[in-house]
Every structure is written in structure tokens, then in C-alpha cells.
Design a protein around this ligand. Structure first.
Ligand SMILES: Cc1cc2nc3c(=O)[nH]c(=O)nc-3n(C[C@H](O)[C@H](O)[C@H](O)COP(=O)(O)O)c2cc1C
Length: 166
């Protein structure tokens, strides 16, 4: 399996919300999950679990817990991240971005979404005590070239970067 270089993959990854119905091969799904698994976490606490959702009714139920994720129903794969109580959002973010970048290296587009109604998401996902809903990530092959190019511009480096002090 050949993949583009890491820098190109990282800087060309944009969030896509339109997917084809093509399923993601299991080998690629496994790589996505491995990338999430290998993310570092505070004191190696590994506070995330990944819930794979392919069933349409389950995607609909989860999207109903969100303010802005109806588009995710059409994605062939949704990964809902469960986070251990007390864990840092930073740890979840590292795992999430690892998965999205690894997916993109295999041509699989993605977009994260917020589970705004946490109680609703907790119920739909069947989370045990001590775990909370983090974010969902929709994965799939991009519907069109154009659907990949709706990204927002980024601040110029000159505005982002300071030297020695702010
Ligand atoms: C923490 C987080 C939560 C997000 N929640 C949502 C969401 O609920 N719905 C949605 O459509 N996009 C969501 N997004 C996607 C952002 O809108 C997207 O990352 C941003 O617009 C940049 O997109 P681009 O890379 O295509 O320019 C979320 C992104 C992050 C990082």
C-alpha cells in the first residue's frame, strides 16, 4: 500500500462532509484505528475508546444528538470517540487528528462533529459509567474533487507565530 509523504498529507487534509457510498476497506479502517491507538496521551493514560458505527439507524440516532451532523449519516463509517471522565480534550484531539490524517493518506476524507447533547449521545452509544461522549468523526471517500475544496482559509503564519515572546 503506497501512501504520500506525511507533510503533503497533513497540509492537504481538509474537512469534507460529502462522501460516496463506497465502503472503506477493512485494511484501511484498521490503519485508521491503529493511528488513533498510537497517539500519545497524558501519562500514557490512553483515555479514548473508538465506537465504529456503520448502521444507518444508529448514525441517524447519533446525528439527532448533534446540532450540525446530519451530513454524517451518508458517511460509510462514523467513529464516535468516548473519553474517560477527567481526561484532557488534548488527548482526544491527538487521537482524532491521527485517525483523520492516516485516513487521508489512503484517500479517505473525514470531518469531526460535536455531540452537543451529551446525554443523548451517551444513551445512543451505550456508554458505561465513567465515560463521556467526545467527538464523532465521519469517514468516507470524497464525493467530488470540488467537495474537498470548501475549506476555510487559514491565518497567515506571520499572524500565528511569535518569536521568544508574544
Ligand atoms: C472540535 C471540533 C468540532 C467540530 N464540530 C463540527 C460540527 O459539529 N459540525 C461540522 O459540520 N463541523 C464541525 N467541525 C469541523 C470544522 O468546522 C472544520 O474543522 C473547520 O471549518 C475547518 O475546515 P477545513 O479544514 O475544511 O477548512 C468541528 C471541528 C473541530 C476541530
Amino acid at each position: 500500500m503506497s501512501v504520500p509523504d506525511a507533510y503533503r498529507t497533513v497540509v492537504s487534509k481538509r474537512d469534507s462532509r460529502e462522501f460516496t457510498a463506497d465502503p472503506i476497506p477493512e485494511e484501511v479502517v484498521r490503519r485508521i484505528l491503529q493511528a488513533g491507538r498510537m497517539a500519545g496521551s497524558s501519562r500514557n493514560s490512553q483515555p479514548c475508546r473508538f465506537i465504529l458505527i456503520r448502521d444507518r439507524a444508529q448514525k441517524e440516532a447519533l446525528a439527532a444528538c448533534c446540532n450540525s451532523a446530519m451530513w454524517a449519516i451518508e458517511a460509510p463509517l462514523v467513529v464516535a470517540i468516548a473519553v474517560q471522565d477527567g481526561a484532557s480534550d488534548y488527548d482526544e484531539g491527538r487521537a482524532a487528528q491521527n485517525m483523520m490524517v492516516a485516513a487521508w493518506a489512503h484517500g479517505v476524507a473525514s470531518c469531526p462533529f460535536t455531540m452537543h447533547n451529551a446525554e443523548c449521545a451517551r444513551r445512543v452509544l451505550g456508554l458505561p459509567e465513567g465515560w463521556r461522549p467526545g467527538h464523532g468523526i465521519a469517514f468516507g471517500y470524497p464525493k467530488s474533487e470540488e467537495s474537498r475544496h470548501r475549506g476555510q482559509p487559514r491565518l497567515p503564519l506571520e499572524e500565528l507565530v511569535h518569536h521568544e515572546r508574544w
